[in-house]
Design a protein around this ligand. Structure first.
Ligand code: FES
Ligand SMILES: [Fe+2]
Length: 289
């Protein structure tokens, strides 16, 4: 629930970038980085508000969406590491033609900070981002200015480390999916291991010609489930099972019931069905078809 102040400020925002505004702001400095990803993944990442608290927990404690569209998104963000719950209102406006986006804090700590990012393609699998930091007023002196800039550069180094993993993971998940869609089911069984030696505390990831599955021990039985999140193909094999029998995707936090495969609150499709597990002569197999 937004406060009246937050709602009022959100309603007063526009959904297009005002490039002239920069001239009234103080430019602190920038952060430039080459990233081993392509522009499609980068732009997808800019629009993807949902990943922020899951992939970047040191910068975002929570996110509540106010609105989103082709223009970008607007949300209330929980500030991490504060004694009392503290929120910022933030929006990210995208100029998709220019591969340019602006995030603006428009309420709460850091109000008035604008961060302008220009992404540029360098090759099929490399881009560069130029992240430019603006504040409403010049800090008191050069030392204060350098301290704020250093803080922001560090924060963006961490954010882009985390986003690089996400974008590369997503790109390879898309390539895996194309391969699996083109693949023919291969009859037969895939050996998982001997029941006597399989580690019940571990999960085993098995790839077939048509998908990737996780085999793990849960409530006294070996079970198999899809290792690919139906939302945006996030990796599910490393998630612990919680006390309610659910696994959580690390990219956007969607939860799936291990028994039914259903997503927790119907937020997305259910997990795709996994092949059966077969035990023969003390050995565990995944039936590949
Ligand atoms: S990829 Fe989005 S929750 Fe799994
Ligand atoms: Fe991100």
């Amino acid at each position: 629930m937004l406060t009246d102040l937050e709602r009022g400020k959100a309603d007063a925002r526009t959904n297009t970038i005002d490039y002239d505004r920069i001239s009234g702001l103080h430019y602190l400095g920038n952060y430039v980085r080459r990233l081993p990803t392509n522009m499609a993944r980068m732009m997808e990442n800019a629009y993807d508000w949902e990943h922020l608290p899951y992939v970047h927990p040191s910068s975002f404690a929570s996110i509540d969406l106010v609105d989103s569209g082709d223009w970008g998104w607007r949300a209330r963000i929980g500030v991490p590491g504060t004694m009392e719950p503290t929120y910022q209102m933030l929006d990210l406006l995208v100029d998709a033609q220019k591969n340019y986006w602006v995030s603006t804090v428009f309420n709460g700590p850091g109000e008035g900070i604008e961060i302008h990012t220009q992404a540029t393609t360098l090759s099929d699998d490399e881009i560069q981002v130029d992240v430019r930091f603006y504040v409403p007023e010049a800090p008191g002196d050069d030392a204060a200015s350098a301290a704020i800039l250093g803080y922001m550069q560090n924060q963006y180094a961490t954010l882009y480390d985390e986003d690089t993993d996400l974008m590369q993971g997503r790109q390879s998940a898309l390539e895996d999916r194309s391969r699996w869609r083109a693949g023919k089911p291969a009859p037969g069984e895939i050996h998982v291991g001997a029941l006597a030696t399989l580690d019940t505390a571990q999960s085993y990831t098995i790839e077939t010609t048509t998908g990737r599955y996780c085999v793990r021990y849960w409530q006294g039985d070996w079970i198999a489930h899809s290792a690919v999140c139906p939302h945006q193909l996030g990796p599910l094999q490393d998630s612990d099972v919680d006390s309610e029998g659910r696994i959580t995707c690390p990219w956007h936090g969607y939860k799936f019931d291990l028994k039914t495969g259903e997503s927790n609150d119907g937020a997305c499709a259910a997990l795709s069905a996994a092949p059966d597990l077969v035990v023969r002569d003390g050995e565990l197999y995944l039936a590949a078809t």
